[in-house]
Write a protein that binds this ligand. Structure first.
Ligand code: 13P
Length: 257
């Protein structure tokens, strides 16, 4: 049985004060969340990690970062290492988000280095994969998923892979209000699980958690989470508000219990 995981990607939103307020509100709303079946993760910007960590310490909410560099330390101006993220209280890190691929030259090769570095330091990587609208329209969705999954997870051993979380985020559904239909999400998730089965065997592929991301809202959570291969969500816009993110979590907990 895969444990559902819902993560909020706050992207470049929230000052420290705003982040503390949001985290406090979520802590209050979610204190009864049954974490036996569902995990809740907040991924604030780097600048608010320590403060949010403090707010959610001794709660059922966990902390993640939005990116990481692959070196432990060194002269890499502007970068943040896995060790630093652990030091801030992170357990998770988003890697290879489409915005990083699109605007910051992230490639499968850099994703792969980051995944390995995160795992080495005990972080659970949330590896983002997914096609653009153009790629979908020319029938390249599965080819893109092959490319992102096979090359992003290249040379991981079984133990390393067992700690990886995948987020299927079709680029055309991110921040557009255009959600993938539950059938489209299920089709992609099942495909990804098939690729993972070829790489790591059926048992480990069955155990791997695959989140859906792209315009997840309280109103569409139930139908998306009802799909058998959708194991959670990576939420952008709707994670910036206490009520909407808490509702997404509570709805998912209901569907998946
Ligand atoms: P939205 O939920 O705002 O579409 O963003 C999705 C996303 O990119 C999460 O990583």
């Amino acid at each position: 049985m895969r444990r559902t995981i819902i993560a909020g990607n706050w992207k470049m939103y929230k000052t420290i004060g705003e982040a503390i307020e949001l985290a406090n509100g979520l802590k209050r709303e979610l204190f009864e969340l049954d974490t036996q079946h569902i995990e809740a993760v907040l991924c604030p910007p780097y600048t608010a990690l320590s403060e949010v960590a403090e707010v959610i310490s001794n709660s059922n909410i966990q902390l993640g970062a939005q990116d990481v560099y692959w070196q432990d330390e060194g002269a890499f101006t502007g970068e943040v290492s896995p060790k630093m993220l652990k030091d801030c209280g992170c357990n998770f890190v988003i890697i290879g988000h489409s915005e990083r691929r699109q605007y910051f030259s992230e490639t499968n090769e850099t994703v792969n280095k980051k995944v390995k570095a995160a795992l080495k330091h005990g972080l659970f990587p949330i590896v983002c994969v997914g096609e653009t609208l153009e790629e979908r329209e020319v029938g390249r969705t599965f080819a893109v998923l092959d490319d992102h999954v096979i090359n992003g997870l290249k040379d991981l051993d079984k133990d390393e892979f067992s700690r990886v979380i995948i987020a299927y985020e079709p680029v055309w559904a991110i921040g557009t209000g255009k959600t993938a239909t539950p059938q489209q999400a299920q089709e992609a998730h099942m495909y990804i699980r098939g690729v993972l089965a070829k790489m790591y065997g059926a048992e480990l592929a069955q155990a791997c958690r695959i989140q859906y991301g792209g315009s997840v809202k309280p109103e569409n959570t139930k139908e998306l989470m009802s799909e058998p291969d959708v194991d959670g969500a990576l939420v952008g816009g709707a994670s910036l508000n206490v009520t909407s993110f808490a509702t997404i979590l509570k709805t998912a907990a209901q569907v998946k219990k």
